[in-house]
Design a binder for this molecule. Sequence first.
Ligand SMILES: *Cc1c(COP(=O)(O)O)cnc(C)c1O
Length: 370
Amino acid sequence: MTDQQPLPTSPQPLPGPLRIAPYVGGKATVGGVNRVVKLSSNENPYGASPAAIDAFRETGDQLALYPDGGATALREAIGKAEGLDPARIVCGAGSDEILSLLCLAYAGPGDEVMHSAHGFLMYRLSALAVGAEPVSIPEQNLTADIDAMIAAANERTKIVFLANPNNPTGTMIADSEIRRLRDGLPAHTLLVIDAAYAEYVEDPDYEPGARLVEEREDTVMTRTFSKIHGLAALRLGWGYGPASVIDALNRVRGPFNVSAPALAAGTKAIADDAFIKQAREGNAVERARVADALERLGFSVTPSQGNFVLAEFGTNGPRSAENADTFLQKRGILIRRMEGYGLPAHLRISIGTTEENGLLLAALEDFVAP
Ligand SMILES: *Cc1c(COP(=O)(O)O)cnc(C)c1O
């Protein structure tokens, strides 16, 4: 007989969830300011596809009905737009849900979930939620270090998460390096390529991950409708993977995990080539303009393939990141502080419309003025 532990006097959460510092999103309001320029959450400054908005509105007449739990029309629309097999797509309430489901299905207590040091914060949170141990691998030049990731992988490594391009750094890993990572990881390790910003990439050496998924049984690509498709409010994302992974995710997901309005809007958004093209081109022009202007003002900018830039302001002196944030907030301009990502000297600035970026740059000129 072993001694019985006394039972707790109240329900106790598991230790993993208690280690989570809840995700803090970008600010959306400032007291006393009428017009807010929100450049803090990498949202689409051009809104969403008009066809998607119409489809969303039409679902208002049918809110009493459950959605299609198989997301059939949406998966077919994604397959057609992206040249992928709809049977190997799974949809979720944001790609955040897909990341969580991957942890739920593939990792637990005693397992490791790897991510790069300045990788997207949700990887750590999703790992902790299932009791797995997040392992952070130092980067080189604000870019994931492929050799270090390969060297750190071991028998406990169940998932490697890699955002490509990465948020918040904006840096990208070339297709050949992604393949080298995959070849260097153990066969039992699932590689998850989070391509949330794929549509914004201009570098010809980029591949979102779909080709690798199709060649292997151990790699998944995730995508989102929150960025170029401008549907962040609806919470819609998807994953593309081998049949075995999609099957596992379909077992652990809720039967109606994607709402009918999200399904309807997403089906139209993914097919609206004109809207996507305009958003991509607008971002490319404005990203270059904002980056150049920041450099001219003396702030170094990490080359970005996303719809945001990471700029270095420093931690001390009048031009610090903290002072810049306070100054911009008084003007109603919201950007993202980076302490949570271990980058206290940096600010992440989402690319807005031409007008919004003009307001940002004018404010920063005043900020640096003697
Ligand atoms: C914005 C973002 C996502 C998308 O999250 P959703 O849950 O789909 O809104 C995923 N990964 C990264 C790296 C992101 O920046």
